[in-house]
Write a protein that binds this ligand. Structure first.
Ligand code: ATP
Ligand code: MG
Length: 413
């Protein structure tokens, strides 16, 4: 189904799509951006899909602007309008999906590099609301599944094809479905929901690096608290973050999720920048208090054994996911500073300490959540340390983490 729609795609993305089209290649904006624009929200980023192969995309934009990344799922990172845009080539459904079926008794997909047409590309996507294509040059919305637009209006998440098979092919789709539920307050379509409930355990087969990356994305979003609640409601948290799940009804976890929610509100209000390590620290903080025998909101004494406790807590809370070392170290730093910040310590040169800016923000989050003291913000100037400065985007920063290159990795990889 095709229809005319005005959607406010940012000009540089429209221009990028136009450039590909003028070079003779079909091209669309796809994925989450279209979903968000239809809901009247600002997209977090843009995904573009095109008939051009990675080599052809590079030929159109030049090597300086376009870099081919990934092996099992090749795509192009295009620097355009000062932003990095991921451009992928249309693919057809991999062999082991619903249409075909491999000899292999399980349906896990391990490679996903067969190029195809726009329509073929749609059927290998996960949910109908994620499979809408938009041509920003013609302002044309294309709903190849015929259900995407209606599902947007019904506010449902529906797997494309046979739901159980789609979850078997790539168990990370379980998590992706629940993220959509948590983020938009959508519900699962009945068959998708039945299949999800009977497939939850499959998540154990997903690669740990992909799951850790998902956790990183959840903590980097401003919906982390909502995602965790949804995961718990659907029984998924038990597999994903068992420590939080087991203690879900405790004061400790309630406070932890509240701290994350306040952090998210402050990010949304642009009071502080988004940071994964800060989100990690917010979630872990009540567990550190508890290990010291303290109640939520009662920080621990600075120094000594508390440092060891902090690292053990971080590991335990996020197990079995493995967070990047750099983030764990940063979370540790800001947690260590909390007792000093709270007591308005003047001896330790706190404002110059590494991690001060995030540490101060964590203090503000607790203050907003539980203490409501007037003196803390004034006592500590907003961060001047490295944390608060906007980061320079490191070129190819994901390449050190081989699983972290693709927006749509080969399912099951
Ligand atoms: P976000 O706003 O979080 O970026 P998104 O839906 O755009 O949400 P991406 O990970 O950027 O998520 O993926 C872009 C698109 O690629 C999705 O909308 C979906 O069509 C497709 N996709 C991503 N992951 C999968 C998957 N595991 N299986 C099938 N299709 C996928
Ligand atoms: Mg996206």
């Amino acid at each position: 189904m095709r229809c005319f729609r005005e959607l406010p795609v940012v000009p540089h993305v429209t221009e990028l799509v136009g450039t590909l089209q003028r070079a003779g290649f079909e091209a669309y904006v796809v994925g989450g951006a279209i979903r968000d624009l239809l809901l009247g929200r600002a997209p977090k980023d843009y995904d573009v899909a095109t008939a051009a192969t990675p080599e052809e995309i590079r030929a159109v934009f030049g090597r300086r602007q376009a870099r081919i990344i990934g092996k099992r799922f090749q795509l192009v990172h295009l620097m355009h309008g000062g932003e990095l845009i991921e451009v992928s080539t249309f693919r057809r459904a991999p062999k082991s999906s619903a249409a075909g079926g491999e000899e292999d008794s399980d349906h896990l997909i391990t490679s996903d590099n067969d190029f195809g047409t726009a329509e073929e590309d749609v059927w290998r996507r996960d949910f109908t609301i994620n499979a809408l294509f938009f041509d920003p040059v013609k302002s044309e919305l294309i709903d190849f599944t015929g259900m995407g637009l209606a599902d947007m209006e019904r506010r449902v998440v529906r797997a494309i094809g046979e739901p159980r098979l789609r979850f078997e092919e790539d168990p990370v789709r379980l998590l992706r479905a629940l993220k959509l539920v948590g983020q938009y307050d959508f519900s699962l379509e009945q068959e998708t929901e039945n299949a999800l409930f009977s497939s939850l355990g499959l998540i154990r087969r997903a690669s740990s690096s992909r799951l850790s990356l998902e956790l990183e994305k959840i903590l980097a979003s401003s919906y982390g608290d909502r995602h965790l609640r949804t995961f718990h409601d659907y029984g998924f948290l038990h597999y994903f973050l068992p420590e939080l799940d087991e203690r879900w009804d405790s004061e400790v976890v309630r406070y932890a999720v509240d701290l994350l929610a306040v952090r998210n509100e402050r990010v949304a209000a642009k009071l502080y920048r988004n940071s994964v390590s800060l989100a990690m620290a917010a979630l872990a903080l009540p567990f550190v208090e508890e290990l010291h025998g303290h109640q939520p909101g009662e920080l621990w004494p600075y120094g000594g054994r508390s440092f060891d406790l902090i690292s053990s807590v971080l590991e335990k809370v996020f197990r079995p996911q493995q967070m990047i070392n750099r983030m764990t170290i940063s979370a540790e730093r800001m947690l260590r500073l909390q007792p000093l910040l709270y007591s308005r310590d003047t001896e330790h040169n706190v404002a110059e300490a590494p991690g001060y800016a995030h540490g101060r923000e964590l203090l503000m989050i607790q203050n907003e959540c539980i203490w409501h003291r007037d003196d803390l913000a004034a006592a500590w100037p907003p961060g001047r340390s490295r944390d608060s400065r906007p980061r320079k985007r490191r070129r190819n920063s994901r390449s050190r983490h081989p699983e972290r290159r693709r927006p749509m990795p080969p399912p099951g990889a």
